[in-house]
Design a protein around this ligand. Structure first.
Ligand code: AR6
Length: 165
């Protein structure tokens, strides 16, 4: 059973084996946590993302899937990029959000990672209501195949939603 932790902070400062990035299907960067990871991690991460796009991921990374690159200059060993679903009020995309977490953990475990940090995937630019995202994310990591899962929440509202007992 993995230990699950909740911290208020910046995911780019976490000393863990894997940092999960809330990316988009292009894998070529963006705003939010994606922008912060590429900015602090340096150009090596983008270079590997470009290689992925030139190879197996020519069509982009599908929503719910996950793929690893170097963490560049970040204090982690790998970045696992995943694509969260955009919130929809008319369609239930919860399974895709759960898949992001499960597939990121699977990729991490295959790399030999023991500790994984997640941001609040889909709750920013993709507009998923944070209470709902927290519930889905917590359930999806309940039987994580690693020793430590740390949710790193960037603001107090997200922290309170995720860390709720
Ligand atoms: N550390 C931890 N959490 C952060 C950080 C940080 N440094 N910066 C932002 N957050 P978002 P999404 C929080 O928008 O909704 C990008 O352009 C933020 O407060 O980063 O999945 C991608 O390229 C929010 O709670 O990701 C995609 O196009 C959470 O991270 C799109 O945004 C997620 O917000 C993905 O949107």
């Amino acid at each position: 059973m993995a230990t699950i932790e909740y911290v208020l902070g910046d995911i780019t400062e976490q000393h863990v084996d894997v940092i999960v990035n809330a990316a988009n299907s292009s894998l070529l960067g963006g705003g939010g946590v994606d922008g912060a990871i590429h900015r602090k991690g340096g150009p090596e991460i983008l270079a590997e993302c470009r290689e992925l796009r030139a190879g197996h991921y020519g069509g982009g990374l599908k929503t719910g899937q996950a793929v690893a690159t170097t963490a560049g200059r970040l204090p982690a060993r790998w970045v696992v990029h995943t694509v969260g679903p955009v919130w929809s009020a008319t369609e239930d995309r919860s399974e895709l959000l759960a898949d992001c977490h499960r597939n990121s953990l699977k990729v991490a475990a295959e790399l030999g990672a023991k500790s994984v940090a997640f941001p609040a995937i889909s709750t920013g630019i993709y507009r998923w209501p944070v209470e709902s995202a927290a519930e889905i994310a917590r359930a999806a990591v309940a039987d994580a195949p690693v020793e430590l899962v740390r949710f790193v929440l960037f603001d107090r509202a997200a922290y309170e939603a995720y860390a709720r007992p």
